[in-house]
Write a protein that binds this ligand. Structure first.
Ligand code: MN
Length: 342
């Protein structure tokens, strides 16, 4: 038996090394909640919630207030029977990042209890993955300087944030491409374009001879028709991020044939829905990438183990810990340039 004795929450604030600018949103710091699940034998499991108001409608204060609810939900349950705990914590519907942190802390405690790392509990498909690195929105000069640095650091997949100014975004793409030839690009508009602007953007980039591996969330999160319009008029694969939070969202996107890729983030889905989304998307022969919100190394650790365990992702966008000021690295993985490994 490995019963849960108590659950603790701890609020941790991390500043970004420099402000992170995406379409219509600038972030200077992130407030994350560390979740500690302690077993009767003293073993502890750790998780981290990085709430997002923009995507999930979550507020830190509201999540902190859930401590008693979570305790009542899972204290006394056995981490060896974690599916039962997932069933119960699925009811944290309006607190998906908290659901992720609690579910992961349970897996982490189970892992420590039996001496098997979480990525092996989840399938052990891979030993290493490669992350991209993101260029946030800025002047063309700033974006080019960042691209040069990223290439120098050895990253081979560059994520480019767009969606505030179509003409400037096209100019930035040309200038970034000049200094990063051979790299792959994930371009993310974070809901910033209209469907017609999005199609204009990709057609122009295609005409210029630049290849985009994934064009992420071009249009508003509820505009499924718009996503579909972009998908069928784009020479590049189109991904849903903000539009794909739960397994039910993903079912609908697939039925509507609205996207080529799903960007899974544990903070949107928790571990339980993320596992379901993996199977749904694989069954439909579509593509998967994994991303993150404002997680520190403690939180991205969850996504690294999820990605290694399932082994299903074509792209790993797990760079936030590289952009935060953190007093101490807390991942149960090693970082070697762009490679995360166990
Ligand atoms: Mn995104």
């Amino acid at each position: 038996m490995a019963k849960i004795k108590k659950v603790e929450f701890k609020l941790n604030t991390f500043e970004y090394i420099k402000p992170f600018h995406i379409a219509n949103n600038i972030t200077y710091q992130t407030e994350n909640i560390e979740v500690i699940v302690e077993l009767e034998n003293g073993i502890q499991g750790f998780g981290e919630a990085s709430p997002s108001f923009r995507v999930n409608g979550e507020r830190v204060e509201a999540l902190m207030a859930l401590k008693k609810v979570v305790q009542e939900m899972i204290v006394g349950m056995d981490v060896r029977e974690y599916r039962k705990i997932f069933e119960r914590t699925d009811s944290l519907r309006s607190a998906s990042s908290m659901k992720a942190a609690v579910q992961y802390a349970v897996l982490d405690a189970f892992s420590e209890e039996i001496g098997v790392p979480v990525y092996q509990l989840l399938g052990g498909a891979k030993r290493e993955v490669e992350t991209d690195y993101t260029i946030s929105i800025g002047s063309i000069e700033e974006r080019v300087e960042e691209a040069k640095r990223i290439v120098d650091w050895g990253y081979r997949v560059i994520k480019i944030k767009v969606g505030e100014n179509l003409e400037e975004d096209i100019q930035a793409m040309i200038a970034i491409h000049e200094v990063s030839k051979g790299c792959k690009y994930i371009v993310d508009a974070n809901t910033g374009y209209t469907p017609k602007e999005a199609v204009k953007f990709v057609k122009e980039i295609y005409r210029l001879g630049i290849d985009i591996s994934i064009f992420e969330q071009p249009v508003p999160m509820t505009d499924i028709e718009g996503l579909k319009y972009v998908r069928w008029n784009s020479p590049f694969p189109v991904a849903a991020d903000e539009s794909a939070r739960t397994k039910y969202d993903v079912m609908r996107l697939l039925k509507e044939e609205a996207v080529d890729y799903i960007n899974i983030k544990l903070m949107k889905s928790g571990i339980s829905d993320a596992l379901a989304i993996v199977e749904i998307v694989k069954t439909a022969n579509l593509g998967l990438m994994i991303g993150c919100m404002g997680e520190s190394s403690l939180g991205v650790n969850q996504s690294v183990h999820f990605a290694l365990g399932t082994g299903v992702f074509d792209f790993h966008d797990l760079d936030t810990p590289l952009m935060l000021k953190e007093p101490k690295f807390r991942g149960k993985y090693k970082v070697e340039g762009p490679v995360y490994k166990v």
